[in-house]
Structures are given as structure tokens and as C-alpha cells.
Design a protein around this ligand. Sequence first.
Ligand SMILES: [Zn+2]
Length: 421
Amino acid sequence: MSPSSAKEQSTKTTTAARVALNTGPAASSAEARKNKRKTQNIVMEDTNRTSPFPCEEDRTPKRPRTIHPMSPTTNGDSHTSPSQTSESDTIAKMQNRLEAIAKCTHTKTTNRDSQRDPIDKYTVHDSFPTVHEAHPAAALDNIDVQRAVDWVQRPGGKLLAIPFDNEAQNINAHHMIKSKIFTAATEITKADNIGISGPTPSKDARRSPTSFLIYNLTEAQRDTLLQHGVWSSSDITFRVTSLYPPCPDFLFTIRGFTTHIIEEVQITVLEVWTDNVTRDFIHNTINSFEPPDRPDVASSIQQFLNAVRISYLELKSSGGNLSPHFNVYSSGHLIAQDDLWFTLRDFLASRTYTTSLQGDGDNVTTPFHCGVCHGVDHPRGLCPFPGIKGWNGPKLRPNTANAPTRGGPTRKGGKEIARYV
Ligand SMILES: [Zn+2]
């Protein structure tokens, strides 16, 4: 190489290095300007190529690592050091690109939302609280008998759907509620051959009936609806139950005591349920059955009495004083006959429960009617459903914290307290 050629080559290399590093003075030669334009173009192309996604990471200016476009080794065929740097840069760019794709794919959820299962909008909970009813056929209260008979005689799988909240007490809203239950049951079961029937009030109905019939269900569809028992979305929340539900667990509440101590009440309940008066009553009740049935009835009643449990419900009276309620439950499913359940419940609720320190308690068989779930063992202010994570159904009413409720007691202002054994 001639000295002039060597000088020219040296100038090219120096110029390229200056342009590429962007640290030296501006090149004065036409070639340097050309090189600079090349470098800029390559950097821009690189930016466009590596930032096809609107992620913040992609908008971050990249250090112009393509600093060797003027080098004869930029094609990567050379084993010189600049070539190795270019190759590693290519790998790094690819890594950046893949990372950007991964992040953008991860955050791009619009299509997923539009394609999600309709059932996803319902509250998910492993085990919803039990809604305790006043008696075995409470779901059919206030319904015209002939309509109830039509429901029972309808062939195919059937379930009652009982909406939460008080909207169903307005019979003018029943058509809309039917449509909502129909939509929900179709979404949940993916059925295309079911129907919804609304209730007809009986002549002596004290208020509008609130149960609807879902009919023509397959066994699998029926099982699906019963799997969670309660279906809650922003459109509607309802409970499903059999037309022949088991007898209720809730029996009555004892009030009038001024104690938090559940054990005090438990002791007196056990004493009463095992005393001679109860023994005689149970003996006579068993003998009222046909002899072949008596062993099974006796066993059922004994298990029922053994299954007693007490819960403590802390409420305030309208005067602001504490008004403890002790709810008495057993296992209603152990009693197969509705009339036997009534016989036992009424007898046990008629007994007087006394403690040595508290005196006599006052028993009530239907102390409440919850405005959220329609359970009879708690007021709306202590309904457990609105506290469930992800609950979509009716909420507690914050402005009713100290307002009197039917039956007198109110929930404890400020903090709701309910202790259960
Ligand atoms: Zn409730």
C-alpha cells in the first residue's frame, strides 16, 4: 500500500470511528458526511425494526450500538473484534425484541376479555353461607297452590331460583327478573332448551312470592346450578334450591340474656333437651309412628338432638344497648318428614331456657328476614354475603347502621360483629 493509500485508509478509519462513536469533531470530508448519514439511517432503521410495539421499553432511545456500519466487517463474516461486537449486538437486539413481544403480548388483553367465558362474571366462592329458611317449604310461601302443583308435576329437571334483595317483592318486576334468570341460567348451564316460570300469588298472600322455576334441565345442568348454589353477577343474584329442600337447620333464637358467653347458653339447651319433659315428648312422638318406622324415627331424632349448635349474634336494641341473640341450630336433613320437623322445632322452641346467672331467655322462631339473602337467622346488617370477596350482589346499606329493623334489634353501629361456634 502506497503512503497516500495508507493515509487515505487511515483517514477513512479515523472518520468512521469518529462518526460512529459520535464523540469527535464533525468530519469535514464528503465521505465522512456520507458515513454519518449512513450511520444515522442505520440507527433509525434499527430503532424502527426493534420497536414495532407500543411498549414503553421500546420507546427508550437505544444507544447507537450499530457503530460499525462503515467497517468492512459489518456483515459478520469477519472474526475481527468489531465483528464479534456486531454479532453480540444482533443477539442483544433479538433478545430485546423477544422481550418486547413477550411484554406486549402479556399486556394485550382486549381480545381475551371479549372471548372470556360468560360464567366468569359470577362471584366465585368455594362455599357460600347457608341461607336459613323459616320452615321446609318456605320457598313456596305465598304461591298459588295450583301454580305450585304445576311446577311439581312438570317433567324434567327443575330448580327454584330465589333472587336476592327485595326487587322480586314487586310483582311488576317479575317479567324482567324472569328474563335475567333465563339469561343467567342459559349462560351458566350453556342450555338451549330450558324455561323459566314466574310465581302466581295465592289469594291470601301476605306479600308477593319471590321464587321462580327453572325447568326442563338435564341432570348435568341441574348439578351445575346446584354446584355453587348462589350465582351473583352485576345483573342479578339468586339462589337455587330443590323443590324439596331438606328441613332447615335453624330452629329458633334465644334473646334476653346479657352475656357474651355461648357456653352458658349451650349448657342450658343441653339440659333442657335431655330432661324428663323432653324425653317423654320424644317417646310419645316416636310412638305416634307405625311400629316398623319407629326405630328409624328414634335414631333420626336422637341424631338431630345431638347435632345442636349455638351461634352468638351481637346486636343493639333501638336504645343503643347490646341485645345478644343466641341462634339454635341442628342438622335439619336428619329429619325426613316436614311435620316431624315442625313438631320438634315447635316443642323445643316452646321450652324455657334458664341459666343460674341470667334467668329465663325469650325464644323467637323467625326473628329476622334478611333483606339481602332472605335468611331468617340474621338482619340485613349482618348478612354474610356482601362481605364475600368479589361479591357482585346487593350490598349492605350503610345508612341503616342504627335504623330500627323489624323485630326491634339493630346491628351494632360502626363495626359488625357476629360470632359463631
Ligand atoms: Zn342475609
